[in-house]
Ligand binder design. Structure first.
Ligand SMILES: Nc1ncnc2c1ncn2[C@@H]1O[C@H](COP(=O)(O)OP(=O)(O)OP(=O)(O)O)[C@@H](O)[C@H]1O
Length: 291
């Protein structure tokens, strides 16, 4: 973080928290050989405080884009810049960030947790504190109130001593969110936070994310499959098809019959209630593709 760094040519440092420019990314096949590009020439600039939904069909590259935004996958080409609050919000090339410094800015809530027999909710959430602990701090216990605050934010205080593998699916999602919150990031990356939840729990989870995001002044990028939810809970929808951004804008402009046809390959109608363009009232009525 002390080395000189180039300034990006397009992003505005004052408001942008994260930006990717002409990013190509993919995975190796059989160990070493690079496989095909999964992301192809992605440009995305994310302003501070925005709630952004990534939508698209299975396998189009949404999780891969989250990995790139979170620094878990380095792009093959293009640049990722992250705003540094210690430099007045200056955009600093992601390659110049240490893993711990970047983790104080960006937290990724993965789709699933690896099996962790016997690990309690509190121990799990304490792992979120690692970017804030010095090398010696790794040997010491976790201090401060951030773990308790994160548990309280997701209403899991009463479950703190329960093993994670004895939680319900909804409680486990909240534990994963608490883990990300304990990191005290400025940007939350959420990969399908409503996966495996019933309808009521999906809505509870999205309201919870919305509340903590607003209370903590966070920016959020969230992968969602439900377009009604994306329209209701986010400010901006970015649609990805075959590794490219094909639509990007406010929900009322993006969630259209064209989105259903061009991105999801289904016919359908988008209904808005009589409150006009209110994004919270968008509903997609999709025809059964097998009819
Ligand atoms: N670790 C990996 N190694 C190799 N290929 C991968 C890896 N992860 C994902 N892929 C491939 O990259 C492509 C995009 O996957 P990705 O998980 O980003 O899609 P997605 O849009 O998040 O899909 P879904 O909605 O099903 O979660 C897919 O073809 C997938 O098989």
């Amino acid at each position: 973080m002390t080395a000189p760094h180039p300034q990006p040519t397009t992003a505005t440092a004052a408001t942008t928290v994260l930006t990717v420019q002409d990013v190509h990314a993919g995975y190796p096949v059989r160990g070493r050989r690079p496989g095909p590009d999964v992301l192809r020439s992605i440009d995305l600039t994310i302003p501070s405080g925005q709630a952004l939904a990534l939508v698209g069909t299975n396998g189009c590259g949404k999780s891969t884009l989250l990995q790139v935004l979170g620094g878990g996958l380095a792009p093959r080409a293009g640049r990722v810049y992250l705003a540094d609050p210690d430099r007045g919000g200056e955009l600093v090339d992601r390659t110049r960030w240490s893993a711990r410094a970047a983790a104080r800015q960006v937290a990724l809530m993965h789709q699933t947790l690896p099996p962790m027999p016997g690990v309690t909710v509190r121990r799990l959430v304490e792992q979120g504190r690692y970017p804030h602990r010095g090398p010696l701090g790794m040997l010491a216990g976790v201090t401060g109130t951030e773990v308790d605050d994160a548990l309280a934010a997701v209403d899991l205080v009463a479950f703190a001593d329960r093993p994670v593998d004895r939680l319900s699916g909804g409680e486990r999602q909240r534990a994963r969110l608490a883990l990300a919150l304990a990191q005290q990031p400025r940007v939350l990356l959420l990969d399908e936070p409503t996966a495996h939840l019933d309808l009521a729990h999906q809505l509870r989870m999205l309201h919870l994310i919305d509340r903590v995001r607003r209370e903590r002044g966070l920016t959020a990028v969230v992968v969602l499959h439900d377009l009604d939810h994306a329209a209701r809970f986010t400010d901006r929808i970015v649609a990805v098809r075959d590794g490219r951004v094909v639509m990007d804008g406010p929900p009322a402009e993006v969630v259209t019959a064209e989105l259903l046809a061009d991105v999801f390959g289904v016919r359908g109608r988008v209904v808005r209630d009589d409150r006009g363009s209110s994004a919270s009232r968008i509903r997609c009525l999709v025809d059964d593709p097998t009819d």
